[in-house]
Design a protein around this ligand. Structure first.
Ligand SMILES: [Zn+2]
Length: 177
């Protein structure tokens, strides 16, 4: 683990206090763990992710920072560039096989992610079908009506889904991304 010492560490802290995804109760911070992430330029980053415990059932959760897609080694901004339907080639330092895998992953998961966003919206009594600022037709991705089209849209999709425990934990589908 010698790389741990040589990398700059970024402490990940969510501003808002999120209720536990299991019981909706208070989460207490009980520690942290490190996770490596690759930036757009191909640089290694080291994240320090907080371990949180539910005050009700004592289940452990890990806070998902908004620059991370679960089980992927690259920043979500990189993946977002690649899966957007923009024609220009993405400026991401990753090999073609990795880029292709992200596109396939995105295509395969679009329906599931849309369903998860919809169920979160309904849970919070907001039906996005009613009020849409950006329509799916004008956005560069199919999630426009939920998260808009501004940069960071993939992070805005991933974070609520993961923090609501709706992220699919099918490791094989995400492995080695
Ligand atoms: Zn709980």
């Amino acid at each position: 683990m010698s790389w741990l010492r040589s990398l700059p560490a970024f402490f990940v802290r969510c501003a808002e206090s999120v209720p536990s995804p299991c019981c909706g109760e208070v989460l207490s911070v009980i520690g942290s763990r490190k996770r490596k992430l690759i930036s757009e330029s191909g640089e290694d980053l080291l994240l320090v992710i907080r371990r949180l415990r539910c005050s009700q059932c004592r289940k452990i959760h890990h806070e998902l920072p908004d620059c991370v897609v679960p089980y992927k080694r690259y920043e979500s901004a990189c993946i977002e560039q690649v899966v957007s339907s923009l024609s220009s080639p993405p400026a991401v330092a990753a090999d073609d096989a990795t880029l292709r895998r992200w596109k396939i992953w995105f295509l395969n998961h679009t329906t599931y992610l849309l369903g998860a966003l919809r169920s979160i919206a309904i849970r919070f009594h907001q039906d996005p079908a009613e009020e849409s600022s950006v329509t799916s037709q004008t956005a560069h991705h199919p999630f426009g009506r939920y998260v808009g089209d501004a940069p960071g849209w993939l992070a805005r999709i991933v974070r609520p889904i993961a923090n609501s425990n709706l992220w699919l934990h099918t490791r094989s589908a995400f492995l080695s991304g």
